[in-house]
Design a protein around this ligand. Sequence first.
Ligand code: UGA
Length: 438
Amino acid sequence: MKICVIGIGHVGLVTSAGFAQLGHRVIGVDNDIKKIKGLMRKTVPFYEPELEKLIRENQKKGRLSFSSSIKFGVKNSEVVFICVGTPPREDGEADLSSVEKVVREVAHSLDDYRTIVEKSTVPVNTWQWIKHTVNLYNKGNTEFDVGVNPEFLREGSAVKDFLQPDRIVIGVENERAKKILLEIYKKINCPKIITNLSTAEIIKHASNSFLATKISFINSVSNLCEKVGADVVKVAQGMGYDPRIGKAFLSAGVGYGGFCFPKDLAAFIHIGEKYGYELTILKAVQKVNEEQRKILVKKVKEALWVLKDKVIGVLGLAFKPNTDDMRLAPSIYVIQMLQQEGARIKAFDPAATLEAKKILHGVKFCQDAYEAAMNSDCLVILTEWDEFKNLDLKKIKKLLKVPVIIDGRNIFDHEKMKKLGFIYKGVGKGDASIFLKK
Ligand code: UGA
């Protein structure tokens, strides 16, 4: 099929390359001309495993091209996917101005039937506004349908998530749009949930909110574990074997970040308020998440007493491993809190340094983990990159001024760290012996 994807951000670019890989002819459209020119020269604007290869392959086969013209994209395709950003406003409400602008342009460009599909994460019933706006600006009264097809791509595994998804959700109003969307995903073998447009929209918000709830839940449990001498990793294991609970998203840590969970939770809460329902549970999820970063800073203070003029080495800046994305990363909040206490920060991240430099000030960015450890009073781990798990810990110990490691992601074994002579504090691991001493 001929597909136009509007908005070449993380979601849009993976979606474009993914559709091309499924055999469709795809035009990716973005108003950022620099980005489009870069892509034409095969430069991928962000780090995502497998993506560059997929883009190059499909460009070579002539199935994937890029343009800065919505008109060109719409005229040369049968289906139009909207993947533009929906950033949060101050009050948490999603800013839909980019969606509206794009929809107007799509409406102007319609010359024959098109299925216009909303992929961006939007508040429930946005589809009604899309339909209304197309009707308003579609001077030729050209026929069209609106569809909703939320994405469930995780940064760092987005290509795999696209090509081997757990499920595909399709919201439609009629058989025609349903047939077209099913045809697009024909080659993917997974459960396909066909429903109405509002339900499809809610599925996306409810999924992200539920995952964030799981994280805040296990983080709450981890705080209690620390107090009573239990081990949250084992608690999560013991819970996770129950298929009703599941193992995933039960890693306690310094809290969730990224552009999706914080934004989507705020938007979902806002939708609730708009329709007169308070999503109390999600407000608690947000609160626990904010607390989690403060708890980590408290642990650093407990180890070093005074932070003024102390040098803290930070390992990991990206909001999670395998991405260079720094948006709303826990590292931003933790580093700023440590700086407010007068600490000096040396930091290393395998991929996110360039992005981090745009956000974090007064930080010395290091070439590797060892440089971050050198002469530091403490090492703080904020992202669980694999390369940190394989560090030469004896070397790290020699390099540190004092062997203190505060691990916000539980990447090391507590017993092993103790044996190596570290003062090591992870997340959710209480020392039962202190209670016996009491
Ligand atoms: C999330 C969802 O997982 C995707 O399904 C969804 O499509 C995407 O948002 C979106 O709405 O676009 P993403 O933000 O890429 O994907 O990242 P996740 O892998 O979900 O991680 C989010 C945060 O939760 C990270 O900061 C991670 O460190 C944290 N996390 C995750 C934990 O603290 N504990 C866990 O057990 C799991």
